[in-house]
Design a protein. Structure first.
Length: 243
């Protein structure tokens, strides 16, 4: 089965998810930088030597786990994902990496987590645009919010934009050219364009900011932008991010 078929069906249990690790960096310009900045933000907020509990939403694939786990021996990471195959990919990557942090993987959604366990930070990287309805996106953000300590930081990266205007847009055309230059097939690039609104569901920036605010987050700040991928961080309630 071609990778495009895997993504078209949103079949994250298919064995072809093993290709995710090698293709995602070719698809998203600045992919390593996105995760490097994520780590720097979390480290600056939490302190590199301070014990902390972090929630990794959509941990399948393992990029957050190996980026954070390799550098922070005092951190405890709880990674959750619904896909057995993607969690297995994360485990395989973890086995190939020397990790310092304590890491727990769990096949679950946020709402299935213990409500009495509160985290010092959370990440939701390249996940939110796969949640179809705006109300579902908000509920996910609210569930994350309810499992964070006061002053905890949330780092989000997502496909962003107005679905009605994205097809044929200049950023998308440029992005497709980048993917072609990186070895992604023309067929896959065409599928990617047509998948927007079908298997991925971006929302405009103003809607995302409104969802974060209505879910209880403040101080929302953009830290990354690459074509239609945007990265943001926000804080639970009014505590300022440490300088």
């Amino acid at each position: 089965m071609q990778e495009k078929h895997l993504h078209h069906a949103r079949d994250w249990e298919h064995p072809d998810v093993q290709h995710y690790e090698t293709t995602i960096a070719a698809k998203i310009p600045g992919y390593p930088l996105l995760y490097d900045i994520m780590e720097q933000l979390l480290s600056a907020h939490l302190g590199g030597e301070t014990p902390a509990d972090l929630l990794i939403v959509g941990a399948g694939g393992g990029q957050e786990l190996i980026t954070l786990g390799a550098q922070h021996e005092h951190w405890r990471l709880t990674g959750i994902d619904l896909s057995t195959a993607m969690l297995e990919l994360a485990r395989q990557r973890m086995q190939r990496t020397e990790l310092a942090a304590e890491i727990t993987l769990q096949q679950s959604t946020v709402d299935e987590l213990d409500k009495n366990k509160l985290f010092d930070a959370a990440t939701c990287m390249l996940v939110l645009h796969f949640v179809k309805e705006t109300g579902q996106k908000q509920r996910m953000l609210e569930e994350i919010h309810s499992r964070l300590q006061e002053g905890a930081i949330l780092v989000v990266a997502t496909l962003s934009g107005d679905v009605r205007s994205i097809p044929g847009s200049l950023p998308l055309k440029a992005w497709k050219n980048h993917m072609l230059a990186g070895g992604i097939s023309g067929q896959e690039c065409e599928w990617f364009e047509h998948s927007i609104g079908e298997t991925s569901f971006p929302i405009p920036e103003y809607e995302l900011l409104a969802l974060l605010a209505s879910s209880g987050f403040s101080g929302v700040t953009r830290f990354f932008s690459s074509y239609l991928i945007d990265g943001w961080f926000a804080v639970k309630h009014g505590k300022e991010v440490a300088e």
